[in-house]
Structures are given as structure tokens and as C-alpha cells.
Design a protein around this ligand. Structure first.
Ligand SMILES: [Zn+2]
Length: 189
């Protein structure tokens, strides 16, 4: 439209990865990437490749998150020891703040959200020491259920909860935390 020619360089490393990160970070998914690509007259990757790249990014994010969490826990531990806040066995005592949320507002009575998350934050550093997510619903599992057939394409299933939504936060904090973060022991006072 401006009668000028440009050469636009994208990421040299992996443009597919950048595209998936971009779409994911605006809480969107493949269908929207496909639409944007079509509007820009750029060929889009296949759904299968999108899923593959998405899974790899999820793994990388999880790994980075766990490392950040471990670093934060180590910092809390170090600060507690420096302040002399240890029990009689020399175990550092860390004060934390715990809270969680559901994807759907309960209004105090209707606890039927399909997804929830909870986190533990170090009081001193304000850094995340743990987080967990529980999902009662998976789009692909539900799709195969509705079709009354086994979904042929293998998928990474994020459904990891079948209990009540009301007990979801407590489960994340009590069980998941102890399972994944064995390097920290905690007492609820
Ligand atoms: Zn599933």
C-alpha cells in the first residue's frame, strides 16, 4: 500500500516456536494462529506440528519453573538461617503465604469449577515456592467421549483431577507439594 518493499527478518532460530509462544501468551490456540497466518498470506504449520511444538514449550516452561522454584526455596532457606530462624534441629523455619483459585466463581455455594490452581509464596522474598494446577476437563478426551470412540491421535492429557472442586486447592497444596518438592518439609501451624 505504501509502494515500498521491505525485508522483514523473523527469528533465526525457530519461527514455528516463536509463533506458538506468541499465540499461547495471548491465551489463544491453533485456530487463531491459522486465521492470522491466512490474513497475512503466510502458510501456517499443521495442527500436528503445532501440538508437537506446544508440548516442547510446555516441557521447557515446566523445567524453568521448577528451577526458579528451587532457587527461591534455597534463598528463603539461606535468609531464615541468617536470621537464626531455625528449630532445635537446625531446620530453617520459613513463613509462607498459601492461596488458590478456581476458574469459575463459586459465590460460596456452587463449587463446580473444572479447573483450579494454588500457590505457595515465600513471605520474605515474595517469590513462588510452589504452584499446582488441577483440571477436571480435557477437550480431546471429551471429544472422543462425545463421538463414542477412542480418540486416535495420542495427546498430552491435562486432566488430572476427578474429586470435588471444593477439595481441589487443599489437594494441590498438601499432596502435590509434598510429592514434587521433597526438598522442603513443612508444618502447617
Ligand atoms: Zn485428555
Amino acid at each position: 500500500m505504501c509502494n515500498m518493499a521491505f525485508q522483514i527478518t523473523t527469528s533465526q532460530e525457530n519461527v514455528n516456536k516463536d509463533a506458538v509462544i506468541g499465540v499461547t501468551s495471548i491465551r489463544s490456540a491453533f485456530a487463531h494462529l491459522e486465521q492470522i497466518s491466512a490474513s497475512l498470506d503466510i502458510p501456517c504449520m499443521s495442527q500436528r506440528l503445532y501440538s508437537k511444538v506446544h508440548d516442547k514449550i510446555s516441557d521447557d516452561l515446566e523445567e524453568t519453573s521448577m528451577q526458579t522454584i528451587k532457587d527461591a526455596a534455597e534463598e528463603e532457606r539461606r535468609l531464615a538461617i541468617a536470621e537464626g530462624e531455625v528449630d532445635k534441629n537446625g531446620t530453617p523455619l520459613i513463613t509462607v503465604v498459601v492461596d488458590g483459585s478456581w476458574a469459575k466463581r463459586s459465590y460460596g455455594s456452587s463449587y463446580n469449577s473444572l479447573s483450579g490452581a494454588a500457590a505457595i509464596v515465600g513471605f520474605r522474598t515474595k517469590k513462588v515456592l510452589f504452584f499446582g494446577v488441577r483440571n477436571k476437563f480435557c477437550t480431546l478426551c471429551n471429544f472422543s467421549l462425545n463421538k463414542n470412540e477412542e480418540y486416535r491421535m495420542a495427546h498430552r492429557c491435562y486432566k488430572n483431577w476427578s474429586g470435588s472442586a471444593a477439595s481441589l486447592k487443599a489437594d494441590i497444596i498438601a499432596e502435590d507439594f509434598q510429592k514434587k518438592c521433597g526438598y522442603i518439609q513443612f508444618d502447617i501451624l
